[in-house]
Design a protein around this ligand. Sequence first.
Ligand code: GRF
Length: 220
Amino acid sequence: MERLALGVLISGRGSNLQALIDACADPAFPARIAVVLSNRADAGGLGRAAAAGIPCAVVPHRGHPDREGFERAVDGVLRDAGVGLVCLAGFMRVLTPWFVTAWADRLVNIHPSLLPAFPGLDTHRRALDAGVRFHGCTVHFVRPEVDAGPILVQAAVPVLPDDDEDRLAARVLAAEHRCYPLAVRLVAEGRVRIAGGRAVVDGPVGTPDATINPCDSAPA
Ligand code: GRF
């Protein structure tokens, strides 16, 4: 089995990267991480990648004449590593249409809300302020609009009466760590297609509970 080569882009602590590293450690998992790239040399996730023996690259976003110049450098690293799917995992740079088009439908992101609710930053604070009863996370294909694109997997978590931002964030993060490997597995198995602007998953998904769900899955 040829495993799908992932390029994981990070800027920070890399707990979602770790979830992908752990999933890929299973030889039966249909993907492997070919390279981890950070725009920040101090990203904690780089240590996680190094500990797992995964090649790392640092491409600082400063020092390029424009955003596209930075992205061309990132693109070069990904192509040199033979990447087939780019996974944004806490990568804190907005990507230009050039990069998004170059990696069309081979570029996914994880976002800490149930999109299309709460795109952008401070999602947990905003969910608490809005008084929503459920919050969660979304893995989606990336489009030029920020935090938009066909939804692949979502997980919902309850918002509890005594939640603060940290407690809610921790509950969502635990869900993220289950969603991202699931989403990558579905793509790596070649079971995801984009139809009418939506991500369609073919075949059974075997999700462990009702609050984590790839959309539009067809019966077996
Ligand atoms: C996660 O909450 C992810 O959804 C968001 O950035 C955060 C990254 O966390 N895009 P980590 O670096 O994976 O721990």
